[in-house]
Ligand binder design. Structure first.
Ligand SMILES: O=P(O)(O)OC[C@H]1O[C@H](OP(=O)(O)OP(=O)(O)O)[C@H](O)[C@@H]1O
Ligand code: HPA
Length: 179
């Protein structure tokens, strides 16, 4: 592995992440408190897994959980093409879906997932949740309902789900930033 990537500064520490998850879990509980149907929380693999698991553990609402696996990055660049590797198995027709991912960057992933879930799977509503909203390179107009951190820079971020070629997802609190 290229050691140059192990240089950088921490954007979020453990306490920040803990408090982001607590706040978002409470907001989701409030949003779905009086809902007639129980929501489905969908984690977008692989990057969204740690954040999604931490949020659902803090929610009081009864939810279903499921995962989808999609990918579009090679190294630090979006290929512009989204590949679906694994679909959800839950019947989500007519249900409220809470989509949880680590980061929204160009918006490609979210754009196609929202379109797919609405048009092909007939969901009632979609609420999007991201650890990081990175608007600098946004190409698709997508809904960002809840986020933990808005990062205005263009740097490629890693840690707590965010990867570089499927490495460094386990670094907690974004200790390193790719330069
Ligand atoms: O807004 P975008 O430009 O589409 O970028 C965001 C997406 O990119 C990353 O996934 P990636 O395709 O790298 O797959 P991974 O989660 O398996 O790493 C990340 O987890 C988001 O899903
Ligand atoms: O900054 C990022 N880091 C990791 N994965 C990503 N996918 C889109 N942007 C990023």
């Amino acid at each position: 592995m290229d050691k140059k990537i192990l240089v950088g500064k921490r954007l979020l520490d453990r306490d920040d992440i803990e408090s982001i998850c607590t706040t978002i879990a409470k907001q989701l509980d409030a949003k779905f408190e009086n809902s007639e149907t129980l929501p489905v929380v969908v984690g977008i693999l692989k990057g969204g897994a740690p954040f999604m698991c931490d949020i659902v553990r803090k929610m009081k609402t009864i939810v279903s959980i499921d995962f989808m696996s999609v990918s579009s990055y090679s190294g630090t660049k979006s290929t512009g093409e989204l590949k679906m590797k694994m679909d959800i198995t839950t019947d989500i027709k007519g249900r409220d879906v809470i989509l949880v991912d680590d980061v929204v960057d160009t918006g490609l992933t979210t754009y196609y997932l929202v379109k797919y879930l609405k048009e092909k799977r007939g969901v009632k509503s979609i609420t999007t949740v991201f650890l990081v909203d990175k608007p600098a390179k946004r190409k698709f107009d997508v809904p960002v309902d809840y986020y933990g951190l808005r990062y205005e820079g263009e740097d490629y971020l890693i840690g707590y789900g965010l990867d570089y070629n499927n490495l460094l997802r386990n670094i907690f609190g974004s200790e390193y930033k790719l330069l």
